[in-house]
Design a binder for this molecule. Sequence first.
Ligand code: FRU
Length: 479
Amino acid sequence: HKVAEPHRPQFHFSPKEKWMNDPNGMVYHKGVYHLFYQYYPESTVWGPMHWGHATSKDMLQWEHQPVALYPDSLGYIFSGSAVIDVNNTAGFGKAAMVAIFTHHNPKGEEAKRNDFQNQSIAYSLDDGKTWTKYAGNPVIKNPGIVDFRDPKVMWFEKENKWVMTLATKDRITFYSSPDLKNWRKESEFGETLGAHGGVWECPDLFPLTLNGKKVWVLLISINPGGPNGGSATQYFTGDFDGKTFTPFETETKWMDYGTDNYAGVTFSNTGNRRILMGWMSNWQYAQVVPTKNWRSAMTIPRELNLKEVNKKIFLASKPVKEFDKMLVKSTSASNINIKNSYNLTSKLGAASSLFQVCLNDITANDFSIVLSNNKGEELLIGYDKAANQYFIDRSKSGIIDFEPGFAKKHVAPRISTNKNISLKIIADVSSVELLADDGLTVMTDVFFPAVPFTSISIRSVKGVLVKNIQYTQLRSTVK
Ligand code: FRU
């Protein structure tokens, strides 16, 4: 492949040009995945928000589409969700695509009012191509809460109603509606639970199954206050009865411990599959990262599932099965005893900045996987036995001086109690996604080397035994 622009991701979604943040309105409809996103088409920094739009048959090869929603007299178009109104509850038309979003009024903000964020809807009768905003907007008026936004709506089958999960400053507020237009407040959650280092944003609520039982997952993005600084996404598992969310546990858990997976939510209308994409950046430095024509990308689409460890329930992530299409060619090695250093590049013919490396059954001792280039820059991904933590260290990863907190080592707890470690690492020019122990511990980090990292080696001073290493080159989807 040809990397025409430095640092341009090759199989992660990024806008052709200009500023992007949160994924919005992700919905599967008639065989097509729709991704809308916070977009400012005039600049590479945040500004008056639009909903950009892209479509895909596999969530990997995306087609750019015209902007879907423009700011209007009620304000900018902030984050939200989309549903397919199969039963035509809103009366917009059979199987209309309906977007539910926050109208953010900059004039109200300037005047220091406390009611400038309100919830509105819009619909499309041509599969997301053109949109009509509802004449009765807003559908939920702000009761006097400055941070009042990011509606995520789902159909609650049992009671034939829509449920909205809304971020309301330091808690979640649940609403319900028969028709997407008239909403009733049901309950609040979280004022005294979870992490509160920053404001709550971009929530999501959905059921998953664990050992045949339904478990509800509540995702809440928070900015700042993430485990490694800046913005990040925490989650709770619990019960939801259509009105109230009751958590099983009160400890704070993070969906991703890296610094670059924010505002992630799941697609609507995907049946039993729960597929998440997040914004692969962090408010701490998103607006100053050294890319030129565009800013930021989304994570790869990940399927979420639950796992039980020591009687506690955890969220686990894995690449969607469609990701297999990205695999070009694999080489592997078995039963390797690594003492000091093992050069994957020469041993496995591994030399690309787009790759997946799977290390299976590693003895749990200190080790690191080193991605490097010929400029002496490197990114370390590894495990620290004494702390029982995974880490990604980007302190020498290339361009780091654009923000003082960027060059850091990030850590994440190892959750699995398995004796040996298994890791999957997915790298794409300027990002790495670490899925450890079948996705129980996840870290996503971006980095900006002067030239791509195409060398890989494994270092272990103490020595580790690896049952199997598989290196796979990945395909570019950039046209
Ligand atoms: C999260 C967020 C949302 C808001 C949007 C504005 O990154 O702050 O809460 O709707 O971005 O662009």
